[in-house]
Design a binder for this molecule. Structure first.
Ligand code: SF4
Length: 250
């Protein structure tokens, strides 16, 4: 995990961390435990919050944040965990475990592609399930489909299986809903094309000077490079650094 996080990512990171830790207990033969998950994750939020001037990008950048933000974050994390253990986790009861949060890679032409699937399982009919937990509200599925098709491409090679046996499951912890996607050959062909095009484009640019920064207020606010970026700083006319204005939440 990155040493510095932005406000919007805290809920997602905490939810994922906690679910991964409970899956680890389950893999080792113990039962998942909501209370333990809640305690671990809220302790982590307290730890981040104590060091917020260096750990949270927006605060490190000098922006004021609304009071009670920490309590709001905690509220959503608890809600996410409740939804996960009540509605999402039971749907994997009969699945066989393969891995979780494991970094894997595969080669496509000369490119190395990395994937990290939140939860990888199979059912008794030989279907593979690549599951992803989303802590944001639906619908974010369209934005993530490329990522899911890359997972499917990896699974197809890694398990030497057919696309018909690969299912993508997206578990929305904010609501407890699950969506299932069955990637088609066309989806995979387009994904391969996209990987090829984007990798070629990135390989053309070797140095940081070849990338032109695209400033945008909401993006730059939570960017850890803001203090070093002239284009980003212009948006805020430097007034964010005149004084440190942290909230007083303890
Ligand atoms: S601060 Fe600079 S590098 Fe960061 S998002 Fe803005 S433009 Fe991009």
């Amino acid at each position: 995990m990155s040493n510095i996080v932005n406000l919007n990512s805290i809920i997602g990171i905490a939810t994922h961390k906690s679910i991964a830790s409970e899956i680890e207990h389950w893999v080792n033969g113990k039962k998942t435990n909501f209370k333990r998950a809640k305690k671990e994750t809220l302790d982590w939020v307290d730890m981040i919050w104590k060091k917020r001037e260096e750990k949270i990008v927006e605060i490190a950048n000098g922006f004021e944040i609304e009071k009670n933000y920490k309590n709001k974050i905690k509220h959503y994390i608890i809600k996410n965990l409740k939804n996960f253990f009540k509605s999402i986790w039971p749907q994997f009861r009969n699945h066989e475990y393969i891995s979780h949060e494991k970094l894997e890679s595969f080669e496509l032409e000369n490119y190395k592609i990395w994937v990290k699937v939140d939860f990888f399982t199979c059912d008794e009919s030989g279907n593979y399930f690549l599951s992803d937990w989303k802590s944001k509200k639906q619908p974010s599925i369209e934005i993530s489909t490329s990522q899911y098709y890359v997972y499917a491409l990896w699974c197809k090679n890694f398990k030497n299986t057919t696309l018909e046996n690969i299912k993508i499951r997206v578990g929305y912890t904010r609501t407890g809903d699950i969506s299932t996607i069955s990637p088609t050959s066309k989806d995979i062909r387009e994904t391969v094309k996209k990987i090829r095009t984007e990798c070629r484009q990135w390989r053309k640019s070797d140095t940081i000077e070849e990338y032109s920064p695209l400033s945008d207020e909401s993006k730059c606010k939570k960017c850890e490079y803001l203090r070093k970026c002239r284009k980003g700083l212009k948006l805020f006319k430097n007034d964010i650094f005149r004084s440190k204005r942290y909230d007083s939440d303890k």
